[in-house]
Design a protein around this ligand. Structure first.
Ligand code: PMP
Length: 293
């Protein structure tokens, strides 16, 4: 599939080799843009409305006007998925500020660039889902809310990349980022959940994690199952003291965590509630979206 990838750029499909954007695009020069990562399951785009609403909200915060209607965007996504014959995979949708000058000034970028890649994805090996991930908390804090609100899924991921590298230096695949007060915010590309005495906890949005589409789906599934879900701040203390832990994200789906900073979480194996929620999530993925064809 990779050889004949078709990439959608501003209304046209290009082969992988021909799919290029300008070096003067402010997405490249400054990370000025927004994006979404979206899954396709069994020919169905999972929670497309939620992803597109987040994209539009992120763009709005940056005063970036997406040069397409909502319906036009849905059509472009479906066209790209169809052109790639993708039944199961991952869509990367990017809207940058567009081509401009060498200066920061966004007003000199007359038209945002939109591109869509639909391809396969494998985030973690299957063994990590069975045995659980090991993660660490890293020195790089999640960016301060007063500097930039990380609810915006922007093209500027350098804060997350720093944390990711710190995790990699410690031989783990994901890293927990705290805020300046020591509260857990999120991982570099995933939201965080812990379970204590049957209650599910996740950091509240006002603390600055991305409002994950997977996070919201898990909260709904847990509540529908009668669980208490608390969106409240917690620190490393509560993480080390948790009975269970897992991460959620479009690419990762829901994945158990069994070790944090070298300490076992609970019994050091994926917890029962975690396993139940992962199974429930897998049940809804192809039923909760927009058909491509
Ligand atoms: N936090 C960050 C920083 C992310 O980049 C992502 C998406 N990869 C998430 C959380 C999870 O969000 P979603 O479930 O919408 O993919």
């Amino acid at each position: 599939m990779t050889q004949d990838l078709k990439i959608w750029i501003d209304g046209q499909l290009y082969s992988k080799d021909q799919a290029k954007i300008s070096v003067f695009d402010h997405g490249v020069l400054y990370g000025d843009g927004v994006f979404e990562g979206i899954r396709v399951y069994d020919g169905c785009i999972f929670r497309l409305r939620e992803h597109l609403e987040r994209l539009w909200s992120s763009a709005h915060y940056l005063k970036l006007e997406i040069p397409m209607s909502y319906d036009g965007m849905v059509a472009a996504l479906r066209e790209t998925v169809r052109a790639n014959g993708l039944k199961n995979g991952y869509i990367r949708l990017v809207v940058t500020r567009g081509i401009g000058d060498l200066g920061l000034d966004p007003r000199l970028c007359p038209r945002p660039t939109v591109f869509i890649i639909a391809a396969g994805i494998k985030m973690y090996p299957e063994s990590d889902y069975e045995n659980g991930l090991e993660v660490i908390t890293v020195p790089t804090n999640r960016i301060n809310l007063s500097a930039f609100n990380a609810r915006v899924k922007s093209c500027n991921y350098i804060n997350n990349i720093m944390a990711k590298m710190e995790g990699q230096l410690a031989n783990v695949r994901e890293a927990i980022m705290l805020n300046q007060d020591g509260f857990v915010v999120e991982c570099t590309g995933d939201n965080v959940f812990i379970v204590k005495k049957g209650v599910l906890y996740t950091p509240p949005i006002y603390l600055g994690p991305l409002r994950g589409v997977t996070r919201d789906a898990i909260i709904e599934l847990a509540q529908a199952d009668g669980m208490t879900v608390k969106e409240e701040p917690f620190t490393r203390f509560e993480v080390y003291d948790a009975d269970e832990m897992f991460l959620t994200g479009t690419a990762a789906e829901a994945i158990p965590v069994v070790k944090v900073d070298g300490r076992l979480i609970g019994k050091g194996t994926p917890g029962e509630i975690t396993k139940k929620l992962i199974a429930k999530f897998r049940e809804i993925v192809s039923k909760d979206g927009v058909m491509v064809d």
